[in-house]
Design a protein around this ligand. Structure first.
Ligand code: HEM
Length: 138
């Protein structure tokens, strides 16, 4: 779903806006009674927040000198995330986007988050094979 003359999100947002969204999202996550506990064990929280920011910047088509090696499945699998956790995560993420960004960019970023979350749900919660794509006939 491309908008605004098909320019990628990284052309319409600054890196610092992405940083700000993630920072404010993590304030909500950490304070949340259902989700805060997942992040308590991180030994370098600054580094985690930076990796998340870089992950999103790359996913928007942004460029980085040293892109992070992201292991979505490997990192989330051991956490024991439930479907209700993922739903809350998405609510908080959508809330943060709405507070921080104009509507078009907020919606487009949320669309990306929903796509990734759906894949994460299939693999990490429903234990389907990682190669299986969303919408593929079973
Ligand atoms: C209930 C929902 C979620 C919880 C509790 C959660 C929790 C975590 C935690 C604790 C880590 C750090 C793991 C580690 O470094 O050992 C992590 C990493 C990460 N998460 Fe999530 N996560 C959730 C959903 C999502 C979703 C929906 C996305 C993206 C749309 C996402 C993106 C990432 C990324 C990019 C990393 C970095 C992976 C890496 O360092 O290689 N997470 N998550």
């Amino acid at each position: 779903m491309m908008q605004n003359n098909d320019t990628k999100l990284a052309d319409r947002l600054n890196y610092s806006q992405v940083e700000s969204v993630i920072h404010n999202f993590y304030i909500k996550l950490m304070a949340h009674p259902q989700l805060g506990r997942f992040f308590e064990g991180l030994d370098n929280f600054q580094e985690h927040e930076q990796r998340i920011t870089e992950f999103w910047w790359m996913s928007m088509g942004g460029k980085l000198k040293n892109p992070p090696q992201i292991d979505m499945i490997g990192k989330h699998f051991p956490l024991g995330i439930q479907a209700s956790d993922l739903e809350t995560w998405l609510v908080l993420f959508g809330e943060t986007l709405g507070e921080e960004l104009p509507d078009a960019e907020s919606r487009e970023w949320m669309h990306k988050a929903l796509t990734i979350a759906a894949r994460l749900k299939q693999v990490v919660i429903e234990h389907q094979a990682p190669g299986l794509q969303i919408g593929e006939p079973q």
